[in-house]
Design a binder for this molecule. Structure first.
Ligand code: URA
Length: 240
């Protein structure tokens, strides 16, 4: 299949698509022995020989994994300030995988990582309405009215939230805390924290336990596991 050169380079884990464009423009890329230094060039992903700085760039297999992201680690592939990032936790994987979507520094839980950029974009795109399930430990014990507001939509500074599922799963009157199981399919910045705050119950702890049909299960913090071939097929089927 014919694809743009920078897309193929990125898919093979060379760098991000934009960085690959820079490599092409810098004259560092050859296709079938000829230098290509213009954007827009298409290659046959199956048969063309692609080199960067003289090194042959072969096809890489797609890798899909779920990480139990601990708190205190940034959802990014790199950090200019040298802080710990999620890719540090999957260093023994030789393919370069990237996080799908984002969990805040102080949020833990299920984070999908892959080198399949196309599938990653679809999963993260709100248009596909993938459910994300969070367990939010909040201050105070939410009333039925507060839960109803979370379900029906909360007015945030960037607009009304879509209807959600909200269920009280645990109450601790002594600590004056409770746990809400909240299912949303949007992915706005700090959305769960802002929703809970808006109904008067600031979040003390936040964990994502499910993404679509994928559940965190008993995976311990900092651990990861590969998705099974069946799980990968099921993910792909969501978008066909
Ligand atoms: N909502 C939040 O507030 N934080 C996250 O990390 C994810 C969803």
């Amino acid at each position: 299949m014919e694809e743009r050169l920078q897309k193929v380079l990125a898919a093979r884990g060379v760098a991000s698509r934009r960085k690959c464009e820079e490599l092409i423009l810098a004259g560092r890329v050859m296709v079938n022995g000829k230098k290509v230094d213009q954007l827009g060039f298409k290659v046959d992903d199956e048969h063309d020989k692609i080199e960067v700085d003289g090194n042959v760039i072969g096809k890489v297999p797609f890798v899909y994994l779920m990480l139990h992201k601990p708190t205190g680690v940034i959802t990014s592939a790199s950090d200019p300030q040298g802080r710990k990032v999620v890719t540090d936790l999957v260093k023994d994987i030789k393919e370069r995988v990237y996080p799908v979507g984002r969990l805040d520094l102080d949020t833990s839980g299920l984070l999908l990582m892959t080198n399949d950029g196309e599938l990653a974009n679809k999963i993260a795109h709100p248009r596909f309405e993938i459910d994300k399930v969070y367990l939010a430990t909040v201050k105070g014990i939410p009333s039925e009215q507060a839960l109803k507001t979370l379900r029906e939509g909360v007015m945030l500074e960037d607009g009304m939230t879509y209807p959600a599922q909200a269920e009280l799963t645990f109450k601790d009157p002594q600590l004056n805390q409770a746990t809400i199981k909240l299912t949303i399919h949007e992915g706005r910045n700090r959305q769960v924290r802002r929703m809970c705050q808006a109904v008067g119950h600031p979040v003390v702890k936040l964990k994502r336990v499910q993404l679509g049909f994928l559940t965190l299960g008993k995976l311990a913090p900092r651990q990861y596991r590969m998705l099974t071939p069946q799980e990968v097929d099921k993910l792909r089927q969501l978008f066909t």
